[in-house]
Design a protein around this ligand. Structure first.
Ligand SMILES: Cc1cc2nc3c(=O)[nH]c(=O)nc-3n(C[C@H](O)[C@H](O)[C@H](O)COP(=O)(O)OP(=O)(O)OC[C@H]3O[C@@H](n4cnc5c(N)ncnc54)[C@H](O)[C@@H]3O)c2cc1C
Length: 462
């Protein structure tokens, strides 16, 4: 009988699916994959992070669905590593495990007042408007007039754009119903995007910035008037700036030259060279203090922001910090607190507390491997590297399929523990239900946002 290598993948985001796809591409290996996901729904941040008005990007899930249809693939949704299954359960049942759990936490600003009510992480807000069941109950005070989004990456721009869109613009998306309702009642007039560096160093991509020029009821303003770069930045723009940076500067120029006397209800302000230093208020956010920065040339020729004496204090009712996602430690695995990643060498887990010994049967892929950077496609090369490292290790160590497998199939264990796991065909029932409910209203889908309801839909239809 053909002997299969049994691989467990934890997490069903892009990294998990690209790893599974690469495993199935290996013609000289017979491989079976079991994928475990803590939510009943697959696809990680493609469902719960990518903005609801970016549906084209979400169509990458078609590729993942094809991978899931491989006869040697099984999906176990609603199964959380660390709660329902432990590392030892997997080590007994699989030849190797790939952890692809992403970076669900966020970086703090580390300033006074950050904990006040009304100050949130972009992570929470994004998960809320995307209908992630763990965040569906959150409340955001959208009666505020001014919101500050701290950060100038694509996630910060997503948050500002969702806050700036009209109910009509949002109604065409698959934003969670409760978010659509809450945002329709929003009183926001000014949404500030705050970047500590200058326009040349902005981390957003041109396509994200361009969308601000097309908003129905929101104008966009570059604080400080016409875009003028300092001489050092101008020199860098002319000599070494990337294509995207040049495009960003063009778009910011366009923004700075716009007529803003259009009487639109909302304004999005791009504020460069400013860092928040304090959030204040009685019991809740009322004001934000920012310090202006200047760019200072470093020995290596780069420009870094440095605080000046110049302070701005603004009224603020809502603050979203968007300065980076961060991984969380997993039980029985090493963790590097500073980078928020699992220490690894080309995807193979290593133990810093044990002389950096490489673990033969444990691997990582995606954000938990390299940190929260890059687009969806970046996780493909990343997962390919991990898979090849794993197969090379199997060969170098002369391992054989099944040599360490001691126990029976995982389903018996999950049933014994009364874990209500769902399969990929179960997910497809929920998927169809959401799409049909959406189509009735001219929307791409209407998301179910509670695990109990998801399970009820699935069990009713199966
Ligand atoms: C707000 C936001 C918007 C983005 N927009 C874009 C975009 O428009 N275009 C683009 O190209 N990229 C975008 N990205 C980047 C892209 O989403 C990431 O590169 C990608 O999702 C990372 O993949 P991953 O598999 O490492 O992690 P994730 O996508 O986070 O997947 C991890 C999965 O693991 C599961 N999991 C976590 N812990 C456990 C556990 N203990 N047990 C079981 N399962 C677990 C999670 O539920 C999740 O499904 C965006 C990112 C964010 C945060």
């Amino acid at each position: 009988m053909e002997k299969y290598w049994n691989i467990a993948i934890i997490g069903s985001g892009p990294a998990g699916f690209y790893a599974a796809g690469e495993l199935f591409r290996q013609e000289s290996w017979s491989i079976k994959v079991d994928m475990f996901e803590c939510l009943p729904t697959p696809f990680g941040l493609v469902r719960g992070g990518v903005a609801p008005d970016h549906q084209k990007i979400k169509s990458v899930t078609k590729i993942y669905t094809r991978i899931a249809e491989n006869e040697n693939f099984r999906f176990f949704g609603n199964v959380e590593f660390g709660r329902d299954i432990q590392q030892s359960d997997l080590m007994e049942r699989y030849d190797a495990v790939i952890y692809a759990v992403g970076s669900p936490a966020d970086r703090a600003l580390g300033i006074p007042g950050e904990e006040l009510s009304g100050s949130h992480s972009a992570t929470e807000f994004v998960a809320w408007y995307n209908g992630h069941p763990d965040f569906a109950e959150l409340k955001f005070d959208l009666s505020a007039k001014q919101a500050f989004v701290i950060g100038m990456g694509n996630v910060a721009l997503d948050v500002a754009r969702i806050l700036a869109k009209t109910p009509d613009e949002l109604a065409e998306t698959d934003i969670a119903d409760y978010a659509l309702k809450a945002l329709a009642e929003s009183q926001l007039e000014n949404i500030w995007l705050v970047g500590r560096r200058g326009p040349l160093q902005a981390a957003f991509t041109p396509s994200e910035a361009r969308e601000f020029l097309e908003l129905q009821e929101s104008d966009v303003v570059l604080e400080g008037g016409l875009l003028e770069l300092d001489p050092e930045s101008q020199h860098l723009l002319e000599t070494e700036a990337s294509k995207d940076t040049k495009k960003n500067i063009e778009i910011l120029k366009q923004i700075s030259e716009r007529d803003t006397s259009t009487n639109k209800k909302k304004h999005v302000h791009f504020l460069f060279l400013a860092s928040p230093v304090e959030i204040s208020g009685k019991g809740r956010v009322e004001k934000i203090s920012l310090i202006r920065n200047q760019l200072v040339k470093q020995a290596d020729g780069s420009l870094r922001p440095q605080a000046t004496e110049n302070k701005i204090v603004e009224e603020a009712g809502l603050i979203f910090r968007s300065i980076g996602y961060l991984g969380k430690p997993l039980p029985d695995l090493p963790f590097d607190k500073k980078s928020g990643t699992i220490p690894n060498e080309c995807g193979q887990v290593k133990d810093p507390e044990n002389g950096n010994t490489l673990r033969m049967r444990e691997y990582v892929a995606g954000w938990i491997k390299r940190g929260p950077s890059g687009v969806i496609g970046t996780n493909k090369q990343d997962a390919v590297e991990t898979v090849h490292r794993m197969l090379e290790t199997f060969m170098v160590e002369k391992m054989e399929a099944g040599q360490d497998v001691k126990s029976q199939d995982i389903t018996a264990l999950l049933e014994k523990r009364k874990v209500d796991f769902i399969s990929f065909s179960d997910w497809k029932l929920l998927d169809t239900h959401e799409i049909e409910a959406g189509q009735a209203e001219g929307r791409p889908r209407r998301k179910v946002t509670s695990v109990t309801e998801m399970l009820a839909v699935i069990r009713n239809k199966s």
